[in-house]
Every structure is written in structure tokens, then in C-alpha cells.
Design a protein around this ligand. Structure first.
Ligand SMILES: Nc1nc2c(ncn2[C@@H]2O[C@H](COP(=O)(O)OP(=O)(O)OP(=O)(O)O)[C@@H](O)[C@H]2O)c(=O)[nH]1
Length: 345
């Protein structure tokens, strides 16, 4: 096989909302070592933040056209309409990427995506080099993905199927069960004892031994991630899922909304309001940006669970409206009114 006919390796980066996928992708772009990378990024929620964070990253050798956004909902449900055509477009470029990173939304199940690599349109051109699951260490330590044992027992008494009572648990499990490598991220936020507990909990979910690497801010030797040669699309049986092939996974358990975020407040005031919004019933993830007085830079605000933070990411463009937006993702029926009240102060 000549080099031009070799399959382009793709790394799928999965992991729950806010686990650190975009942070990892940035790190990999910054440390590409001269390799021509492209990124396909998908989000639940319609603002395309991750793409804008990556495309505006200013990383040498990474141009806007190397970052392709698939913002419509969930990549695993729009494989035919969005994912396969976007991948083909990248491959058909005169100077195609040498490696493709695919960042899924935090609610996506990775297996349908891996399965799509067997589609006739792309199967001779690409291969899944590896599936990387990024795990939010503190979220696992706090029990975010744990079933309530009493609710499980009550359910099992009524019906013998293995449905989980916690919808987060199901997504989390599908993601780690599909992985070739697990990154236990946010190690800076958990002590050694809790890290050991989290690793034991992850292992308890896994039917086979998978390497778990502890990271902070996704900082990992790129060679550990890229070049795994897993050919995951040929190994689907080893990647169990709660959702059978062709079965719908329609996100009935989750919801998202995009809201205006007030401009003209100090970062401190915004932070207080964001903290309150993050505490609203059912809220899982906040991400957005806005303008603050006397600053030429855009302020990015982030909320993962109850943890909020902010930083300035880039200068506002000359013709850009200096207003703010916030995407809120939560469990279905999350308290949107409480979020709006918190943001309004
Ligand atoms: N303290 C700490 N914060 C982190 C770490 N990794 C990521 N973060 C922060 O966590 C927040 C979410 O990180 P992202 O990289 O956007 O997470 P994501 O998985 O891409 O999020 P979604 O695309 O919304 O699912 C940001 O505020 C990051 O700066 C880490 O290792 N430690």
C-alpha cells in the first residue's frame, strides 16, 4: 500500500460534560510536533463554543479550517448526515490531515461513531487509532455517576433489565466501556486517597484491563494518546454498550438552552451569579462568554457541576458585538427560571 492510500488514523475523544475534552484537544494541538492535525468537534447545545475556543487558539500551524464544528446536537445520532460528510471533506482536501482528532459531545455515546468507521464511504480511508475517555476525577469522587443502591434494588425487584436509575451513569459507563485508554483528569482537584477510590470505581465498571493515566488539565505525553493503532472499528464486540445497534438514544434525559449573559458586570459579580446558576436544580454544565467593563478581552465563563471559573481568552474583534451568551445543559426539566433569576442578579 502506498502512503497516499494508507488509512488516516483518527482518535475519538469522549468523556462526560466538562471532563476536560477541549482542554486535552488544545494540549494535543499545541504539542503536535509538526504533525498535520485536524479536529472535528461536536457539542450538545447550539453555540459552537468548543470550536470557537479551538479555532481562536492561536496555536502555530493550526488554522481555522483545521477545526470543523458539528454543532447540531449529538454526533452519535447524526452520523450519516453530519459526521461522515465532514470527515470525507477533510480527507478530500488537497493537503489532507495526517491525523484527525474527534471530540464528541459530553452526552454522546462513542460506539455508534466507532461503528460508522465501517461504512463503505469511509472504511478504506480512515481507521480509529484509539478511543480516549476523559474522566472528571472530582465528579466521580463526588458520586455523580453512581446509582442509588436503594432505587436500583427497587427497580430490579420490578423488572430484570439492567436500566440504571441515574441517566448520567449510563452515559458515563458507555463512554469508559468503549475506551482504549482512560485519562483520569483534574487530578489537581482530588487527593491521593480519593484518586485511588476513583480508579477502583472505574475498574469496577470495566470487564477488561484498560490503562488509566492520571492527568491534570489534559497534560499528557501525546505519544500516549496518538498512535495506539487500536483499529477500534474492527473490535466492536469488545466494547459493550447499554444501547443496541440501531437503537435510538434520543437524549430524553437531557436538555440545553442558550441564554443572554449580561455584559458590563465585573468578573467577581458574574462569578457570584454563575455560582448561583450552577446550583439551580438539574444544572450540569454552563459555558459562555461576555464583555466586562474596561477590558478589550472576552471573558469566558465555565461551570462544571457546582464548580465555576472564568478567564479572558482573546481580544474582541473590531466588528464583534460585545455581548454575552451562555449555554446551559442540564437534566430534562432543569430549573431554567432559577438560572435566569440567578443571572439577572
Ligand atoms: N482544575 C482543573 N480544571 C480543569 C482540568 N481540565 C479541565 N479543566 C477545566 O474544566 C472546565 C471544562 O473543561 P473543558 O475542556 O471545556 O471540558 P469538556 O469536556 O470539553 O466540556 P464539554 O465540551 O462541555 O463536555 C474548564 O473550565 C477547564 O479549564 C483539570 O485537570 N483541572
Amino acid at each position: 500500500m502506498t502512503a497516499s492510500l494508507a488509512k488516516v488514523p483518527c482518535t475519538i475523544i469522549t468523556g462526560f460534560l466538562g471532563a476536560g475534552k477541549t482542554t486535552l484537544v488544545r494540549h494535543l494541538l499545541e504539542n503536535a510536533g509538526g504533525k498535520r492535525l485536524a479536529v472535528l468537534v461536536n457539542e450538545f447545545g447550539d453555540l459552537g463554543f468548543d470550536g470557537s475556543f479551538l479555532a481562536g487558539c492561536g496555536i502555530e500551524g493550526c488554522t481555522e479550517e483545521d477545526v470543523v464544528e458539528l454543532p447540531n446536537g449529538c454526533i452519535c445520532c447524526t452520523v450519516a448526515d453530519d459526521f461522515v460528510p465532514a470527515l470525507e471533506k477533510l480527507l478530500n482536501r488537497p493537503n489532507p490531515p495526517e491525523h484527525i482528532l474527534i471530540e464528541t459531545s459530553g452526552l454522546a455515546l462513542p460506539k455508534p461513531l466507532v461503528t460508522a468507521f465501517n461504512w463503505p464511504a469511509i472504511r478504506s480511508r480512515v481507521t480509529v487509532d484509539g478511543v480516549i475517555a476523559v474522566v472528571d476525577g472530582p465528579a466521580v469522587a463526588e458520586g455523580q455517576f453512581a446509582d442509588d443502591p436503594e432505587a436500583m434494588a427497587a427497580q430490579a425487584a420490578q423488572d430484570s433489565s439492567v436500566e440504571h436509575d441515574n441517566p448520567l451513569e449510563e452515559v458515563f459507563e458507555d463512554q469508559i466501556l468503549c475506551a482504549d485508554l482512560i485519562l483520569l483528569n483534574k487530578s489537581d482537584l482530588v487527593d491521593a486517597e480519593a484518586r485511588a477510590r476513583v480508579i477502583a470505581e472505574i475498574r469496577a465498571h470495566l470487564p477488561k484491563a484498560i490503562k488509566i493515566v492520571e492527568t491534570s488539565h489534559g497534560k499528557v505525553e501525546p505519544a500516549l494518546i496518538v498512535g495506539l493503532n487500536a483499529a477500534a472499528e474492527s473490535d466492536l464486540a469488545a466494547r459493550p454498550s447499554h444501547h443496541g445497534e440501531g437503537e435510538d438514544h434520543d437524549h430524553d434525559d437531557f436538555d440545553s438552552v442558550s441564554l443572554p449573559l449580561p455584559a458590563g458586570l465585573s468578573p467577581e459579580t458574574l462569578s457570584i451569579r454563575m455560582t448561583k446558576a450552577a446550583e439551580a436544580e438539574g444544572v450540569l454544565r454552563l459555558k459562555g462568554f461576555t464583555a466586562v467593563p474596561g477590558k478589550p478581552m472576552r471573558l469566558v465563563v465555565q461551570g462544571v457541576g457546582r464548580r465555576v471559573s472564568h478567564h479572558f481568552d482573546r481580544a474582541w474583534g473590531a466588528d464583534e458585538a460585545r455581548d454575552g451568551r451562555l449555554v446551559v445543559i442540564g437534566l430534562k426539566g432543569f430549573d431554567r427560571t432559577a438560572v435566569e433569576a440567578a443571572l439577572a442578579g
